[in-house]
Design a protein around this ligand. Structure first.
Ligand code: PGA
Length: 253
């Protein structure tokens, strides 16, 4: 793992994504073991799949229990049933929760099937995170458009959990999951940028060619709402892990 110099977001270039996954899993395992009631912020998507697979392995080998841990997912589509095949709740169930021992009452999603309740749900999500002492460790991927969670371009640094309109690129990326573009929801509820920056530790993963341009922008574009991932720079305990392909645009930056 090589650390990149001259950037204000500590960045590590790994040989393989597994190397980064192992490092992040090591930190999560240690946190969950040491801190009773640890609070994790968790993403869905292609990026965290390997981390979840390793966590399931650690649990099955008997060396890790999540029974006292809290999980807060970054986001959820608005107005979608929990058991909808494309809901993030269902995704988390199949990729992590069904295979480990998280207490159902400690797994949280900013979800509602009634959009009139959405602002209230968002406010309560913030309170629920605060009530358990804030996020200890937030795991993140970065969207091709620079979003973190569903903080799409235009999201302010001081934004909190709220209803957002999904960006066309985000909806296009979700088409395969929903079947057709028309079926992809237009809105979601996401943790805000400020909610994320309040986490004590943030670990970000970006793998593959599709992320090369956004990794470069995250590190080198001026910090602004046009690329919400740039707001991660300057967090007191953030690390970005990229594979060689995702780092390939950095030499040209
Ligand atoms: P991905 O998405 O993990 O599926 O690449 C990342 C994101 O959009 O945040």
């Amino acid at each position: 793992m090589k650390s990149l110099s001259g950037v204000d977001l500590p960045t590590f270039v790994v040989e393989t994504r597994e190397e980064a996954e192992r490092e992040v899993v090591r930190e999560i395992v240690e946190l969950v073991r040491v801190r009773r009631g640890s609070v994790l912020g968790l993403p869905t998507g292609n990026t965290p799949i390997g981390v979840y697979r390793e966590l399931i392995g650690a649990h099955r080998s008997g060396s890790l229990s999540f029974a006292q841990a809290h999980a807060f997912n970054l986001d959820e589509y608005l107005d979608i049933e929990a058991d909808h095949p494309a809901s993030f709740e269902r995704w988390m169930e199949s990729h992590l929760f069904a295979n480990v021992d998280f207490d159902a009452a400690r797994r949280h999603f900013p979800s509602t099937t009634n959009s009139r309740d959405a602002d209230d749900v968002a406010r309560k999500y913030e309170s629920a995170i605060r009530a358990v002492g804030g996020l200890d460790l937030l795991l993140l991927g970065i969207g091709r458009n620079g979003h973190v969670g569903f903080n799409e371009p235009g999201s302010a640094r001081d934004s909190r959990t709220r209803v957002v309109e999904l960006h066309p690129m985000t909806r296009a990326d979700a088409t395969a999951t929903f079947g057709t573009l028309d079926q992809v929801p237009t809105q979601a509820i996401t943790m805000g940028v400020a909610t994320m920056l309040d986490a004590r530790r943030i670990r970000v993963l970006a793998f593959g060619e599709k992320k090369a341009a956004i990794v470069r922008d995250t590190l080198f574009e001026p910090q602004s709402s046009s690329c919400p991932a740039t707001f991660l720079r300057g967090h007191p305990d953030v690390k970005l892990f990229v594979d060689a392909v995702a780092a390939s645009a950095l030499q040209r930056a």
